[in-house]
Ligand binder design. Structure first.
Ligand code: SAM
Length: 283
């Protein structure tokens, strides 16, 4: 059963947090010349219209990319300049709150960064989302596989290239995805100890992420950074109130970079926001 479609959520604050982390980690790894194989296990359709019926139904982008564009002049150039370069290019000129129309998905952010010596493989299981992704220009996507990204990435390892980066960004439609993700991260690290693995998870009222975070904290013999952005009051019953990222083998400057990038945004959004960084197992 695959009912989730990211178009309803594209450009929301969780996307900003996830893609900021993805870009910041990638930019750090790309400072060294050795080739990197980038994997994206849950790619989505790569590019989203914010004017279509899915995005307009919930308008989640208003609290995310719309606010980001509004606050552009008050944000530190590093690392937001790359974000705005991409948004400007997609809009054929300077993006403004008035002309904002598109938001890029994770395949696009990595495609915009990767070099000739790197490789980029993305997985998408939903037939409709896969078809739209496959129809995009390779500049937006990387090499597209129609299939399960969790088993897919493990089966493709170890990489031929010297370095490996993996983004795991499921919809968590079913409870077993939390354990499936944990098992996949463990399997990746078993095959490739130096892999840099990023896992996104939602902060839900039901707090389902604790088991995933605790399992990886204890199972992995590698540094693990946890970044959580709480951008709403925690709801009483159902609903998402924030965004979480785990980064295995993070760049040592990541904690500082994410704090510097997100804190001004969080403060200026005027919402009840916390930004916490925890480091487990690190030297
Ligand atoms: N990573 C995307 C981004 O940041 O733009 C968003 C991905 S969205 C949260 C999750 C996607 O995973 C959906 O498009 C869904 O169809 C797809 N999906 C669900 N289960 C999958 C699986 N086992 N393997 C690959 N894709 C899957």
């Amino acid at each position: 059963m695959l009912s989730y479609q990211h178009g309803y959520h594209a450009g929301n604050p969780a996307d900003i947090h996830k893609h900021l982390t993805l870009v910041t980690v990638s930019e750090y790894l790309l400072k060294k010349p050795a080739g990197i194989h980038f994997y994206d296990t849950h790619a989505g359709k790569g590019l989203y219209s914010l004017q279509d019926s899915q995005a307009q139904k919930r308008q989640e982008y208003l609290a995310g990319v719309q606010q980001l564009v509004q606050l552009r002049e008050n944000l530190p150039a590093d690392p937001w300049s790359f974000f705005f370069t991409q948004l400007d290019a997609l809009h054929g000129g300077k993006v403004t709150p008035e002309n904002l129309q598109y938001y890029p998905g994770s395949p696009h952010w990595v495609s915009a960064l990767r070099r000739t010596q790197d490789q980029h493989t993305v997985f998408e299981l939903h037939p409709g989302e896969h078809q739209q992704l496959a129809e995009l220009h390779p500049n937006h996507t990387g090499y597209v596989v129609h299939g399960d990204g969790l088993s897919g990435v493990v089966n493709m390892l170890p990489p031929r290239l010297p370095r490996l980066q993996v983004l795991i960004d499921p919809a968590y439609e079913v409870a077993s995805e939390y354990t499936d993700v944990a098992s996949t991260v463990e399997a990746i690290l078993k095959k490739c100890r130096h892999a840099v693995v990023m896992v996104w998870y939602p902060l839900l009222a039901a707090e389902k992420h604790h088991e995933l975070c605790e399992r990886l904290t204890h199972a992995l013999d590698a540094p693990l950074l946890q970044s959580e952005w709480i951008y709403k009051e925690k709801p009483e019953g159902w609903g998402m109130y924030g965004s979480g990222m785990l980064v295995v083998n993070p760049p040592w400057v990541l904690q500082q970079q994410l704090t510097a990038a997100l804190q001004p945004l969080a403060e200026q959004l005027g919402q009840p926001v916390e930004h916490r960084m925890l480091r487990y197992n690190a030297e």
